[in-house]
Design a protein. Structure first.
Length: 697
């Protein structure tokens, strides 16, 4: 551990607020003993409820089978993990319970205040359990567990969790999907998954197992605890790393920042099911090896990291995928979980909006992209979908059903641009989906223009055809649900496209050799000699480079971008001016050494901040897209699957234009959303323009 790390933790240990956690003392795993959350009042309510039920009939035990059937629609199994030393053989017993009993007033997504199940063998007996949230890892079952005398194979990740949670002197009771659900029985899985919401709501608490301790993981947890307090009153949107030590944090060179990034990059944070597990858990604890923290503190720390810009700094310095990786800002992802929880508890979210937010999350079965979210949405969504893993009910059928259901909702719950902008993959065929339905099994390849925060204030390509309250912008064809009926206005066709930008970036050091993406863009745009007023070729170029947005993507790009792009472009191309209509600020025209804006100025202070904003905006705009020029000479950003002849349309109620491909017989296939410089403010829609009925297939 570096000197700055040592000094930081020596100082931290002396603070009165520093939490000295102990796994046994703080995270009390459920047992068959008393549970303070199950009060005498609740026990009385359980006995009164049990008296109204017929006596339970226990099926005859088949000693040759590990699992006996679950006949109760609210029935689950919980696992009693028998006591044992850390390295002794793992064994346990399954107990049947029911989650039918609920007591107390509902609150948001919580149907009741009940914090237990009841025994299926004696309905008057409450059963407390701790739910486990963890990562299965690869589907390789090579670890041993003995359950009710039956040897079974489990994943090594679960084996590690069981060894850490097992106690030497008493049994503990947990709900663990891998053991408590018969994974070989598709019908049972289909019956159990809709109960997930009750399982996590009724749990005494939830243990989030991130895995064994790794290099620096204990220190990372301590730092996150400290950050949740140290930065809670920070107001800087972009905290300078040079200020870390002044705020009582490790210096920017300390190894612990790398360890913290790695900790937040653990696989658990990528799982889709954690959304439901975190949102529905009432007392979640994060456990890594022998160290732990409450979820609220982790979420708070991640919020501080994200809102102060520290996580972006960590991403650029410690993530191998800082530019090309699909994970993005891992602190932002963790904080986003808590934001989703707040929205879900207030019943202010739809299934489709959760599908957008969880697009990058991972699951083994592609259908879980929908099923894994049903527990945290309103019952009006849950009742539409019957959870099934039948081989003939494909993910494509489920995704299609989810979207047609979303469109059937109150018009205030959805918008056409939100639906269509979710599509950023190849729609030419093969997936079994209509082109207007996103393939949720694929991670998003681009940063959306239309659904990004604040896009309605940046783009108004719809002109007078703006979205209106309760106005239907589109409807599913009642005679063919694979067709979407929309209204649109033709603008232009693509005349040519550049190569795709897979890993774009901008550099202010050695730009002539490093700025390959910028040079590709410049060479492509150089064919233009003039541009539709009020733009010039140069202004169209730099606006398109950032898709008309600032760095965070929440506001229109400022005019201050022009001089920095002008400088970088000339230094990269070796030409001055590089494009027709290029502008030069007074600072650029000053003599060298006398206040002239030079590359060195882009490394600090205001010019440096502007350059970093342009760099961020460029990466967001260009990644996995192509530049394109239309037949009438308009420059834009197009999906990487675009081809010459694809058509740009302004669609009713949509903030951004969309690219369509003529499929014949009056039908079109959606290619994706586009940015076209010069029409994003409604310029393509004349005062007497009218819309045409169209069909997306």
């Amino acid at each position: 551990m570096g000197d700055s790390n040592v000094e930081f933790f020596q100082d931290s240990a002396n603070r009165e607020y520093w939490p000295q956690y102990d796994l046994d003392r703080q995270l009390n795993l459920a047992t068959f003993g008393p549970n303070e959350l199950v009060t005498e009042k609740v026990k009385t309510k359980i006995r009164e409820w049990a008296a109204t039920k017929p006596p339970p009939v226990r099926p005859e035990k088949n000693t040759e089978a590990l699992y006996r059937p679950i006949g109760d629609p609210y029935g689950i199994r919980v696992l009693e993990i028998h006591a044992g030393a850390l390295d002794s053989k793992l064994n346990g017993s399954l107990h049947h319970c029911t989650l039918e009993f609920q007591h107390g007033e509902p609150f948001g997504l919580y149907a009741s205040s009940t914090r237990c199940a009841v025994s299926s063998d004696d309905l008057a007996t409450p059963v407390s359990y701790t739910a486990l949230s963890y990562t299965w890892g690869p589907p390789v079952f090579d670890a041993d567990f003995v359950c009710d005398g039956h040897p079974m194979k489990i994943t090594t990740s679960l084996e590690s969790a069981l060894r850490h949670f097992r106690r030497q002197d008493h049994s503990v009771v947990m709900w663990i999907d891998q053991i408590c659900i018969n994974q070989a029985d598709r019908a049972e899985k289909g019956q159990q998954i809709p109960l997930m919401s009750r399982i996590y709501q009724h749990a005494m608490n939830t243990a989030i197992w991130l895995g064994d301790a790794g290099s620096g993981s204990d220190a990372a947890i301590q730092l996150l605890e400290d950050i949740s307090i140290r930065l809670q009153f920070a107001t800087d949107a972009d905290l300078d790393p040079a200020e870390f030590e002044r705020m009582g944090l490790p210096g920017p060179e300390a190894d612990i920042w790398d360890s913290t990034w790695n900790f937040l990059s653990r696989q658990w944070f990528t799982r889709l099911w954690i959304i439901q597990e975190v949102i529905l858990s009432r007392d979640p604890w994060v456990v890594c090896g022998d160290a732990l923290m409450v979820w609220e503190n982790l979420a708070s720390a991640c919020m501080q990291l994200a809102t102060t810009g520290v996580s972006k700094w960590m991403q650029m310095n410690f993530s191998e995928g800082a530019i090309s990786g699909s994970r993005g800002d891992v602190a932002q992802l963790a904080w986003q979980l808590d934001q989703i929880k707040a929205r879900a508890l207030g019943n202010s979210t739809t299934l489709f909006s959760l599908m957008i937010l969880s697009r990058g999350a991972q699951c083994w079965d592609a259908r879980d992209k929908v099923y894994g979210l049903l527990g945290v949405v309103d019952e009006s969504h849950q009742d539409v979908f019957k959870t099934t893993y039948a081989s003939d009910y494909t993910a494509a059928k489920l995704y299609h059903a989810a979207l047609t259901h979303h469109i059937s909702l109150d018009k205030r719950s959805w918008s056409l641009h939100e639906i269509l902008s979710a599509v950023d993959h190849d729609t030419s065929g093969g997936s079994g989906l209509p082109s207007w339905v996103a393939d949720w099994s694929k991670p998003r390849e681009t940063v959306a223009f239309a659904s990004a925060s604040g896009s309605a204030g940046i783009y108004t390509a719809h002109g007078k055809f703006a979205p209106q309250m309760l106005k239907i912008d589109a409807e599913v064809n009642p005679k063919n649900d694979k067709e979407l009926k929309v209204k649109g206005l033709f603008f232009d066709k693509i005349a040519g496209v550049s190569e795709a930008f897979d890993d774009p970036d901008l550099f202010c050091t050695d730009p002539a050799s490093k700025n390959q993406a910028l040079l590709v863009a410049h060479n492509f745009v150089s064919r233009l000699e003039e541009y539709a007023p009020p733009h010039t070729v140069f202004s169209a170029f730099w606006h398109t480079l950032v898709a008309g947005k600032d760095g965070p993507g929440r506001l229109k790009c400022p005019e201050s971008f022009a001089e920095v792009v002008s400088l970088i472009l000339d230094e990269s191309s070796g030409i001055s001016p590089s494009l027709p209509g290029q502008t030069y600020s007074k600072r650029q025209l000053r003599p060298k050494g006398r206040g002239k804006l030079e590359l060195e100025n882009l490394k600090s202070r205001a010019p440096g901040e502007t350059f970093q904003e342009i760099r961020t905006a460029t990466r967001r705009a260009l990644r996995n897209r192509r530049l394109g020029i239309t037949s009438n000479g308009y420059l834009g950003l197009f999906p990487k699957f675009s081809v010459e002849g694809d058509e740009v349309y302004v669609l009713d109620g949509c903030h951004v234009p969309f690219l369509l491909r003529n499929a014949g017989e009056g039908k079109f296939r959606l290619v994706g959303e586009v940015y076209v410089c010069g029409i994003m403010g409604g310029e393509a829609v004349s005062a007497d323009a009218s819309l045409t009925d169209m069909i997306l297939a």
